[in-house]
Design a protein around this ligand. Structure first.
Ligand code: UD1
Ligand code: UDP
Length: 383
């Protein structure tokens, strides 16, 4: 079975590692996976580090599209992806999540009648101000096989009639098949936690981490592109730091770095506080930081779930999340970028006894069951 996998942004490389690992370990003789990197993320710390560390097969094509407005970036990707697909003629295309690389892959493949396998399907935040929501909506409606991590995702696909009459598995190109599988990022977190634990001395020494700290990631345009919003988040960090005597570690996304560097007021506020700003870290390092942190504040889709997987309380600095089960569990609070809400959420979560149900995102073997299902479907094989 010949599969083309299209990735481009940091979280997609990490997700691809889970599926490539399942192929390598269990189905190597049956699947020929060709990796195509759109080049959406291109800094070594946003791209190469994941290939080096997570054993993702080297990409056969790097389309080197880089940054740009949504239309420019997506259009350039589509042109380049079309010629790869025409050349490779795969049986199907795999794509992950909700970035512009995902959108370009889906729009291009569907018009070449190449079945799309969408992994992390059904995810909805119901806010089209987020480019990711638009990308997810379109991609799910174009896909032939949808692998859905959570029950909430299945409910969303029912509402949109992607699942008809409660049928979760009947298909052809026009009638998608939907599978509830659990989350491949839960697989990855379990798998790489053990490895990150072995590397703890190296990571500690490399970053000179404080003994206890709050881990923060911020990269959403809605939080960083408007300087006042980003400044507001840092005033909340200041208040927590001063009142509770806390240190912070922040691996800085390039989008956020650019805004911080442009603003003296923000840079000097950060310098006054107990904040360790570091470049984007590798995934194994990130898992170490997440497991060592006492608390996590994030606007990342991936990091909010990893906080849960690693049983850490978290503040999700967004107005809504597709991962509603995190909020329902009581271990995470949505605050948007409102400094007062962030402060109050921190107080609430640090005073509360938390309980994590680790079955919410599957059993840690989602990747293997996804690959098995794909093979069975395309080859009629029982493996
Ligand atoms: C993208 C995804 C977002 C995902 C995030 C993961 C879309 C619409 N957004 O957002 O869903 O959560 O990736 O990190 O696809 N830049 C660099 N070096 C790089 C990459 C980016 O300096 O290697 C800078 C550029 O100035 C660029 C900006 O970051 O303009 C934003 O990059 P882009 O890929 O457009 O969006 P992200 O914010 O990274
Ligand atoms: N991540 C990482 N290094 C970092 C920050 C994040 O490896 O410096 C990982 C993180 O653990 C998660 C993924 O990148 O698995 C999330 O990516 P990001 O926050 O960029 O995007 P999102 O998940 O919001 O789309």
């Amino acid at each position: 079975l010949k599969l083309v996998t299209i990735i481009g942004a940091r979280p997609q490389m990490i997700k691809a590692a889970a599926i490539s690992r399942a192929i390598r370990l269990h189905f190597n003789n049956e699947i020929d996976e060709i990796i195509v990197h759109t080049g959406q993320h291109y800094d070594a710390a946003m791209s190469q580090v994941f290939f080096d560390e997570l054993q993702i097969p080297k990409e056969k094509y790097n389309l080197e599209i880089g940054s740009g407005s949504h239309a420019v970036q997506t259009a350039k990707m589509m042109l380049a992806i079309e010629s790869v697909l025409l050349q490779e003629k795969p049986d199907a295309l795999i794509t992950y999540g909700d970035t512009n690389s995902t959108l370009a892959a889906c729009l291009t493949a569907v018009k070449l009648f190449i079945p799309i396998i969408h992994i992390e399907a059904g995810v909805r935040g119901y806010n089209k101000h987020f480019p990711e929501e638009v990308n997810r909506l379109i991609c799910d409606h174009l896909s032939s096989m949808l692998f859905v991590p959570t029950i909430a995702g299945i409910e969303s696909l029912k509402k949109e009639s992607i699942i008809h009459n409660n049928q979760v598995k009947v298909a052809n190109f026009n009638q998608p098949k939907v599978f509830l599988t659990g989350d491949i990022m839960y697989d990855n977190t379990l798998y790489f936690s053990a490895i990150s634990e072995q590397k703890k001395d190296i990571i500690q020494a490399k970053y000179k981490l404080p003994e206890t700290f709050i881990l923060v990631t911020i990269h959403r345009p809605s939080n960083v592109d408007d300087f006042n919003k980003l400044y507001g988040i840092f005033t909340a960090i200041e208040r927590i730091s001063v009142e509770f005597n806390k240190s912070f570690v922040i691996p800085v996304h390039p989008r956020t770095k650019a805004i911080i560097e442009k603003n003296n007021e923000l840079s000097s506020l950060i310098k006054q506080l107990n904040i360790l700003l570091i470049p984007p870290v590798s995934f194994i390092e990130m898992i170490y930081l997440e497991s060592t942190a006492s608390f996590i504040m994030t606007d990342s889709g991936g990091v909010q779930k990893e906080a849960y997987f690693l049983q850490k309380p978290s503040i999700i600095m967004l107005d809504e999340t597709p991962w509603t089960e995190l909020i329902e569990s009581g271990n995470a609070i949505l605050t948007g970028n409102d400094p007062e809400k962030i402060y109050l959420a921190y107080k609430e979560l640090t005073q509360k006894k938390l309980k994590f149900d680790l079955k919410l995102y599957g059993d840690g073997n989602a990747s293997t069951s996804i690959v098995q299902t794909i093979l069975k479907d395309f080859k009629g094989k029982t493996v």
